[in-house]
Every structure is written in structure tokens, then in C-alpha cells.
Design a binder for this molecule. Structure first.
Ligand code: ASP
Length: 345
């Protein structure tokens, strides 16, 4: 019996992978999908039926916002029943945010969404884009012995590794392995074969229909602590009446200086109904508001711990939950549960 080929939709949103040098000023500018695909004749030899969709105006991913995430989700929604899997070409700068966003927007996802890009444009001789793209398509099309798609979540493929998308962070502007997943193991490694880490893959137990959540609220602010931050500086940063949630980027396992004036300032805002999240400046490990006196103090005044979520996942999750217009208690409860594999429980 002839094996049915997987149908994959390649969605091009922009990023270095599809850029070319602008002859006027030497800067990198996004290229059309047709021109990009011309650089990879190998695509026609892939064991899947490949279709393409390009954004009208491919962008550098630093332009991304929730409307951009919604645009990508819309393409997936329209094509969800027509394809087995999706590969998204995207800039690396905010790839981890988009991956986190799609993972939270697409409830009951049971198909592969692989996001990839490159450090060098496709037209360059030493580009990493060719391997990233070809392996991403292969990964998205792979089925197990029973004919089920192996990957059923949002992932990022980069430099021979497949990661859970909402666990990722871009950590290098120059190395080909630019993406890391500090708190969750790779879902697969690509060598001679694709070696799956089956135990790390996400599986939905019920067969609910895909539901896409397009509602966001970005009235948030991020405050990064540094040695010597003055009370007046914190006061200034907190003086944003429209902001509902402040994300504090703290030291180590979630610590800030023990000065009463700093803590009192935060407590005052909590009493006014503002929410605070404690996320560490460390990429690996988790916030622990129980070990040190300073973390404990924050916990006591109602600051929520981001635990081992990435900064990217936290920003997206907060905007996503605010979009649900929950009560303060509802927000706190939902923030602390695992939505899409972004948090170790
Ligand atoms: N600035 C580019 C982007 O994020 C960088 C890249 O694609 O690697 O769109």
C-alpha cells in the first residue's frame, strides 16, 4: 500500500533566513518567499507535499507584537484541517516569544508547528538556513508506526536540536546554535537520524477541538534590578497607572535588596491592586521565594514566582491571561499552573 505523504504548510514571516543585502546601504532586507525557495532546490526532493504561504510584508522579528502572533495563528486556523503540520520561518530575535504565544493561543493543538530561522541569510554560502529548514520540514512530517504525527506541539528547530518553543531563549548573536532551552531537555536531536526524546513530548489526553485565543492585553511593564537601584528610580518605574502587571527581573533565585523602602513601595502597589511577578535574571534554574529572606519577603507581600518559566514565556503568559479578563485571584491561580508545557510542576 502506498504511504500517504504528510502535507506541510511552510509559512514565511521574515527574519534573516529570507533576507538579502540591500545594495544601497548594505543592510539586510527581507526577500520574497519565491526568491528564498530558489536557493534550496532540495525542497523538491522532500518526502512530503509542501505548500507555501508568505506574509505580504515579511518583517524583521523585532517588529513582532500580539497582532503579528494573531496573524500567524489565523493562517494556521484557516489551514489547520488541510495540513498535517506547519513550519514557520521567523527571525531569531523574538522567535521564543512567538513560540510561547502560539503555544498558549492554540489550545488542544495536536499537530506539529516547527518554527525555524537562521543566523545567515539563505543566499549566503555558509548559511545555516538550509539545514534548519530542511530538517524542520522533515520533523514536522514524521509519523510513528501507527500513523500518528510524532510532534504535536509548538517547537523551535535550530542547529540540529528541536526544543519546546515556550522553553526557548535566544542567547547568541553569532553562533549557529543560537537558541537554548535552559530548563527543559531537547525534544529531538537531528544527526544521521532524528532521535526523539519521546518522554519529553507533549500529548493531549482528551480529543477536544482546536480552540484559538486571540485576546491579549499588553498593559504590562518590566523592571530590571541592578546593584544600586535607587528607591526613587523604582518609584518612577512603578508610577504607570495604566499598567496592571509589573514583571520584576530579580537576582539569582529571585532576590532583591532587603531595604524596607523598596519592599514597601511594591507592597503599596500590591495594595492598589497591581500584580507583581518575580522572574530571575538567571536563565537556568528557577525562582525560589522560600530560600532567602528577600524572596520570602516578596512572597509574603503577594509577589508571584515565575518558577522555571523563561522570561519570554512569562511576558507572553501575562499578556495572554490579562486578555482573559480574570479576577486578581483568577489571574494569580492561572499564572501558577502549567498551560502549554512552559512550567515544570
Ligand atoms: N533581526 C533578525 C530577526 O529576528 C535576526 C534573525 O533572523 O536572526 O528578524
Amino acid at each position: 500500500m502506498e504511504e500517504i505523504k504528510s502535507k506541510i504548510l511552510l509559512i514565511y514571516t521574515g527574519g534573516t533566513i529570507g533576507m538579502e543585502v540591500n545594495s544601497n546601504d548594505g543592510s539586510l532586507m527581507p526577500l520574497s518567499l519565491e526568491n528564498l525557495v530558489k536557493h534550496i532546490p532540495e525542497l523538491s526532493r522532500l518526502e512530503c507535499a509542501l505548500s507555501t504561504y508568505s506574509f505580504l510584508n515579511p518583517v524583521d522579528s523585532s517588529e513582532a507584537d500580539f497582532e503579528f502572533w494573531n496573524d500567524i495563528a489565523k493562517v494556521i486556523e484557516i489551514n489547520y484541517d488541510l495540513f498535517d503540520g506547519f513550519v514557520i520561518l521567523h527571525g531569531t530575535d523574538t522567535m521564543a516569544y512567538t513560540a510561547s504565544a502560539l503555544s498558549m493561543m492554540l489550545e488542544n493543538l495536536t499537530k506539529p508547528i516547527v518554527i525555524t530561522g537562521s543566523q545567515l541569510p539563505m543566499g549566503m554560502l555558509r548559511t545555516d538556513g538550509r539545514e534548519n529548514l530542511i530538517s524542520s520540514i522533515e520533523i514536522a512530517s514524521l509519523k510513528d508506526d501507527k500513523g500518528s504525527l510524532i510532534l504535536q506541539e509548538v517547537a523551535i528547530y535550530f542547529e540540529y536540536s528541536l526544543y519546546r518553543g515556550n522553553r526557548c531563549h535566544k542567547f547568541s548573536t553569532e553562533h549557529f546554535d543560537a537558541i537554548i532551552s535552559p530548563n527543559y531537555p531537547p525534544l529531538a536531536e537531528a544527526g544521521v537520524n532524528i532521535n526523539w526524546n519521546y518522554g519529553a513530548l507533549q500529548r493531549k489526553l482528551d480529543d477536544e477541538k482546536l480552540a484559538i485565543h486571540y485576546e491579549w492585553d499588553d498593559t504590562i511593564s518590566v523592571i530590571k534590578f541592578f546593584p544600586g537601584l535607587k528607591t526613587a528610580q523604582l518609584e518612577y518605574a512603578l508610577n504607570q497607572p495604566e499598567v496592571k502587571v509589573f514583571i520584576l527581573e530579580t537576582f539569582g533565585s529571585g532576590n532583591i535588596p532587603m531595604r524596607n523602602d523598596l519592599v514597601d513601595l511594591i507592597k503599596g502597589k500590591v495594595d492598589e491592586g497591581k500584580c507583581f511577578i518575580n522572574v530571575s535574571q538567571c536563565r537556568k534554574g528557577n525562582v525560589d521565594q522560600k530560600t532567602y529572606a528577600s524572596g520570602l519577603k516578596l512572597s509574603k507581600i503577594g509577589v508571584l514566582s515565575a518558577e522555571d518559566m523563561t522570561f519570554e514565556a512569562v511576558v507572553v503568559k501575562v499578556m495572554h491571561l490579562l486578555g482573559k479578563k480574570l479576577s486578581a485571584e483568577g489571574f494569580a491561580r492561572e499564572f501558577q499552573i502549567d498551560y502549554a508545557g512552559e512550567l515544570s510542576m
